[in-house]
Structures are given as C-alpha cells and as structure tokens.
Design a protein around this ligand. Structure first.
Ligand SMILES: Nc1ncnc2c1ncn2[C@@H]1O[C@H](COP(=O)(O)OP(=O)(O)OP(=O)(O)O)[C@@H](O)[C@H]1O
Ligand SMILES: [Mg+2]
Ligand SMILES: [Mg+2]
Length: 500
C-alpha cells in the first residue's frame, strides 16, 4: 500500500534548493526480566495476555513501583551518550486514549528526563558528524493491536481488532536528538549511521538486544526542508517505527523528494505522522499531529521521584564499554585493516558481526570478505540488514573453516551460504545434504583429467612443450565436468604430472 501518484523531486535536484533538517527519536526496549512498574515477565513471543497484571493493565487501585534495573540501564545509556544525569527527576502521565494502552495514559517522562544534553559522533565516508542528544527518557511500551478479518474493511482494512497487552509496560528508553543539519547529500547516510551506532552502543552496554527487525529498537524519522540560506525551520513530518537501518536511509531520501515537490509547487507541508513502506521505499500519510497536541502531562502522583545517588552514577560510569571511536581504532590496528577496509566495514554496519566472526575463529580478512560481499548482497536483495539475516557469525566462521580445511572452495561456499540462509541447518549439515564436498581423490580426478586431455589435444601438446599456462583450459574442463567440486590445485598437479 502506498501513495502511487506522489510526485518527487529527484534527490540531487532537491538539494540545489533546500537544506534538509532531521530529528531522530529512537525507542529502545530494555532487556530487564520484569516490566517497568510491575513484576510481570518481559519474554518475547509468549501467548497473548499471559504476562499481565492489575498494574500494567491500569486497573483501579493498582500501584506501580519503579524497576531499579531499568533506571540503572537508563543511567548507563545516558552516560554512554555523553549526557548529564538528572540528580532528581520524575515520571509524568501522558494522557491519551488508544486501545493498545489500557491505562488511558502512558507513564513517561516529560520536562524532567533522566538524561539530557549529550552527543555522539558518527563517521560517514571518512567524515565525523556530531549528533546532539536532547534527552533520553524512561517510559513504558504499549500493547499491540492485531487487526483481523477482511470483509468489512472498517478498521485499518480489517473487521475487528484483537489486543495483546503482554508488551504493555515493558521498559523503554526514548532517545531524542536535537535537529540535525549536515550537508544534504550526506543526510540519509548520517541518519542511518546514527541509528546503527545507537544499536551498537545498546548491544555493547548489554541493556537491550536492540533488534530492529523484532521491534526491540524502533526509529521515528522527523524531516523538514528549508530554503538554502534560510534559518527558519520548515514544517516536519514524522515517519514512524522505521524498522531497519536501510529503511531509515530510504525514508529520509524519500521525504526530501516529497517535501521538495510540495514546496516547489507553492504548497505547505502538513505536520503529520507517516508510515514507511519497505516494498517500494515510499511513505504514506498517518495522522495529523501538531505541536499543540495536548497530552495534559502532569507529574505521576503514584511514583516516587528518581534521585540517583551521584556516587552510584560514578560507579556506573566505570562500567561503560570502550567508547566506539576508540574501539574502532583499536580493532583496526589489531586486524591490520586499512582505513578503507575499516570504513567499509563500519559503513556496512558489519563491525560487530565481524568481531563475532573473528571470535569464532575466522581471520579478519575472511570475516570481512563474507559479510561485505556475499552476505551484503543477500541482505540487499532481501531488502534487510545484515543483522536480520538467518545466519550467525559462528556459522560464517564454520564455512570459512571448511574452506581452510579444503573440504569446499569459495565457489561451493556460496552454495553453503545459500543453504544456511534457507534454513537447511549448520554449514556441515548443508555440505553433507547437498553433497558439496570438494573431490581431491586422485582416482576420480585422474579420470577427469584423462578426459580433459582427450578433449583438447592442442592444449595438451602445448603443456608437453613446456607452456604450463595452457593448463587453464584443461582445469576448466575438469571443473565444469565435476560441477565445481574438484580440488583445482590437485587437478593442475595431475595435468602437469601426466604431460611431462
Ligand atoms: N522542523 C523540524 N524539522 C526536523 N526535525 C525537527 C523539527 N522540529 C523538531 N524536530 C525533531 O523532531 C523530534 C521531535 O521529537 P520529540 O520527542 O521531542 O517530540 P514529538 O515527536 O512531538 O513527540 P512524540 O514523542 O510524542 O513523538 C526531535 O528529534 C526534534 O529535533
Ligand atoms: Mg518523541
Ligand atoms: Mg515523535
């Protein structure tokens, strides 16, 4: 579903007249064992409405209690984002009605967030861009609506809705950037790199599994344009719940072209939420949303203020992972990567995957080769991120191990990747099931070499005359006959032996 007739100004052309301005809101689900304000479990994928209680359902008289582990995660996250940590802050009620929110308000933070005024640096094409963080605040997730039945189409195209409140009350941190202005042509890539880096940071902190494909990390992309040279912000649109790095990049690009077309035609941008469509990279209108939307925020009367002891905050500072830029420098020197190797790896969002693949036994170069080659191509074809592919770093290392042991070659490895990605099991199982092992047995190879010599007497004669380069044609014949499964090195040796 997408707005088919939307006219776009080509990206490069839009940038000759407008400066894009972005703002990113990232929701991260914390991996605490229990919910934000009650003891319900947070496990993903349970039977609907089995992880609920009077507190997360907002039943009258139920009293919430703050999850201390969630506060700890929020503080560590704030510190990692170079934020100030509030010495005293409160929760607030954000009042609105929506069926997936049983309490009729979301417990969030408003003007007193736990963390504020931070920044992180992201690298794109060898340049560093500093992204200012306005705040990171604690809140709770909503439940989920499932729209089913299609005969009346009254509700989002469906008959009726089912509600699952298992997710209601799971701790969330919302990270909000200040407006971001970078050279227009870099804007989509900077947005993607930022979200990517937030993910890496969450994983390194161990506070969330930050899986965009599973919704444990979600990005809202705000975008506006202003005429070049103007210092007045334009009206923004807010593309909601974008769920991959690649989609973040595409959403920015698409909205730039769409805004430019409207502004060029003398129109004005409607401040609204938008939905992103993976299939064709477009967005479509959601609901109008003005800055004056009145959520009637007020301090939550049922929760005590959060006043983290400064000594505890300093203690938590000591638990932070190595800052990303320093880590990249260290890894680059450990791996012996060139600047370009490193830039490509980071740019592809493959840094942690490469780290894990090396930890599982592969060399840095081979880990990089597969993630940035074969697997990046596959991710691109599937329109997803490397992290979402159905293969683990350990499996990539196993495939490289099979190559190193000369049981398969690079070409056969591609078929092993295909099998693993298709869910046929571990590399070893795929090799056996698909019969992909390289033949290095002299008997079978010798017979094929004999046939190759008989097939191409000219080449054979050249080799007898000492022109070993002519062996290529015979090796090609053998490889073709054995469907790529011959040990090419051994075939060459046999050819030379037989013809000298
Ligand atoms: N004119 C603009 N153009 C682009 N981005 C903007 C503009 N004005 C604000 N932003 C960005 O939009 C984001 C607004 O997020 P914020 O959470 O503060 O409010 P919201 O989107 O109105 O509320 P909600 O959390 O309910 O979605 C910020 O990242 C901000 O920098
Ligand atoms: Mg927000
Ligand atoms: Mg928003």
């Amino acid at each position: 579903m997408s707005a088919t007739a939307t006219k776009l100004v080509p990206f490069e052309e839009a940038l000759t007249r407008y400066q894009p301005v972005m703002g990113l809101e990232i929701h991260v689900e914390l991996n605490t064992n229990t919910k934000m304000f009650c003891g319900c479990p947070t496990e993903f994928g349970a039977e609907p409405n089995t992880q609920i209680c009077p507190v997360c359902l907002g039943l009258p008289g139920a009293l919430p209690v703050v999850n201390a582990k969630a506060v700890e995660s929020a503080i560590r996250m704030g510190l990692a984002l170079n934020c100030e940590i509030a010495e005293w802050c409160r929760f607030a009620r954000k009042n609105y009605f929506y069926p997936d929110m049983p309490k009729n308000f979301q417990t969030s933070q408003y003007d007193e967030p736990i963390a504020f005024d931070g920044f992180i640096d992201v690298d794109v094409d060898g340049e560093t861009y500093r992204i200012q963080i306005e705040r990171a605040h604690m809140e709770e997730d909503t439940g989920k609506s499932l729209h089913v039945g299609g005969s009346t189409g009254r509700i989002h195209g469906a008959d009726h809705s089912l509600l699952d409140y298992n997710r209601a009350g799971i701790p969330l941190i919302e990270i909000v950037t200040r407006t971001i202005e970078v050279p227009g042509d870099k804007a989509p890539a900077v947005a993607r790199a930022f979200v990517n880096q937030i993910r890496d940071l969450m994983v390194a902190l161990g506070v969330s599994d930050a899986r965009m494909d599973q919704g444990s990390m979600r990005a809202d992309v705000n975008l506006s344009l202003k005429p070049l040279g103007s210092d007045q912000l334009g009206t923004r649109t807010e593309t909601k719940n974008v769920n991959s790095f690649r989609s973040v990049e595409r959403a920015v690009r698409y909205e730039i072209g769409r805004h430019a077309a409207i502004l060029d035609a003398g129109g004005s941008i409607l401040q609204e939420t938008r939905h992103f469509h993976e299939s064709d990279g477009t967005t479509s209108a959601g609901r109008p949303k003005s800055d004056a939307d009145d959520y009637r925020y007020f301090p939550e009367p049922d929760l005590a203020p959060v006043a983290p002891d400064p000594a505890w905050v300093e203690e938590l500072r000591g638990t932070l992972p190595e800052p990303p830029a320093e880590r990249r420098k260290r890894l680059q020197s450990e791996w012996g990567f060139s600047d370009l190797d490193m830039r490509d790896t980071v740019g592809a969002g493959a840094l942690d995957l490469v780290v894990e693949t090396i930890a599982a036994g592969a060399t840095p170069q081979s880990a990089k080769k597969w993630w940035l080659g074969e697997l990046a191509r596959t991710a691109n074809e599937q329109g997803t991120d490397l992290q979402a592919l159905a293969i683990t770093p350990a499996q990539v290392a196993q495939i490289q191990g099979l190559i190193d042991a000369k049981r398969i070659n690079d070409k056969l490895a591609r078929q092993v990747f295909e099998g693993v990605l298709a869910g046929e099991g571990d590399p070893e199982a795929v090799v056996v099931a698909r019969g992909l092992e390289v033949v290095s047995d002299d008997g079978a190879l010798g017979d094929a070499v004999d046939r190759a010599i008989a097939n191409d007497p000219d080449a054979a004669q050249k080799i007898r005359d000492g022109k070993q380069a002519a062996a290529g044609a015979l090796i090609g014949f053998v490889m073709k006959e054995m469907r790529g499964q011959a040990d090419a090195g051994r075939v060459r040796e046999l050819i030379i032996e037989k013809l000298s």
